[in-house]
Design a protein around this ligand. Sequence first.
Ligand code: MRU
Length: 354
Amino acid sequence: MSFKSKIRTIQWIDNISRMVDQTKIPYEYVTIDISTGDEMYNAIKTMIVRGAPAIGIAGAHGVVLYAQELQKLNLPRNEFITKLIEKSKYIRTSRPTAVNLMWAVDRQIELITNSCSDTCGIVEELKQNAIKMENNDIAINKKIGDYGAEVVPEGATILTHCNAGALATAGYGTALGVVRSAFAKDNTIQVFSDETRPRQQGSRLTTFELKMDGIPVTMITDGMCSYFMKKSMIDMVVVGADRIAANGDTANKIGTYTVAIAAKYHNIPFYIAAPLSTIDRTINTGDKIPIEERSCDEVTYINGKPVCAEGINVINPAFDITPHELITGIITETGILKPDYKTSIKNAFDGIRV
Ligand code: MRU
């Protein structure tokens, strides 16, 4: 049973990409129109749009924007295609960890390479492909949500980390998609949201979108999760993913690994919720997943004010890898994958239902 969410994070409208500006939440809930490929590159890099599936769609929109710009130059078809593929490869590098970005841009590159249309036709086909990706993303999230809701105990308190919600996708969400579908069946469930330092996606975004949709949420700081697990106040953990290796090792927002260890120690189920497009079968284990290093200012400043002594050393990896042994199940649009993940992931891609 799906829940009606009010949030639509990113959408192609006429000739532009309209997205919620996530850097402004919770102070303002406003959209921004992106009308060039370079603007899209910056929107992804500066996290105006963020979350693995959402940046995938943003990447697909970015390719359409570059195609529109190049079409105005009236280039010969071959030159148009070469330049467009170059630009597409550039947008693919705007963030390194979430594989959905590469997945979505590669779908667009495939279309460009295989199309028999003239330049005008290619632009239109890219646009339709991007719109299809948006709609598919929401449909996939609802399936993930419905499969996940089946393993949510009655009246459960679900802990989540970062934001894998409507704001991290075209709409509905992956981890928060599970929450939404579970809430539609049982309105006694509630969410505990980790603050998620340093960019505070948990406190800024997860609490905001759950409040907007009327789902009860309690914010805790990152270091509190084991305290509440020990007190039997958490029944399960559900988080999203930026990239899943072929053996189930999962990259997600920094701090996820700590939550997974704490959950294992306290015997609490720990689920990943993600579409199959987040699984990178070219990577066998998590240690091969590229981890984005972000500016130290994200750690040393909060709201433009320094929070530590000037000049100290800081390291700021944006993601960590949760080893597959700590994961109870991976909730996908085809069902819940269980260990051993090498086999269940392969089966899912071979169309063998779980
Ligand atoms: O740096 P961000 O905000 O893009 O990181 C987002 C996350 O880590 C999410 O949990 C992940 O992308 C899953 S989104 C459905």
